[in-house]
Design a protein. Structure first.
Length: 75
């Protein structure tokens, strides 16, 4: 994404629709300056690479079907 990193995209999506479920697929550690995102998103919505395809599909399916944990961020 040339002009938008994943965290900026997250903020824009949340601004448009707070009910959308978003997961992060990342090889990185927690990023300084994004503590507002990390504190408002349940840990299961962060998927760390490397991950095998079967586990990735399982994790995404858990997020998609989880109607009990739709979170609304504080900002």
């Amino acid at each position: 994404m040339p002009r938008l990193n994943g965290f900026a995209l997250y903020r824009e999506i949340r601004r448009l629709d707070k009910r959308v479920k978003i997961c992060f697929l990342t090889a990185g550690e927690m990023y300084y300056g994004y503590s507002d995102i990390f504190s408002s998103v349940p840990a299961k919505y962060f998927i760390r690479k490397p991950i095998d395809n079967e586990e990735l599909l399982e994790r995404i399916n858990e997020i998609v079907v989880d109607d009990t944990n739709v979170w609304i961020p504080s900002k």
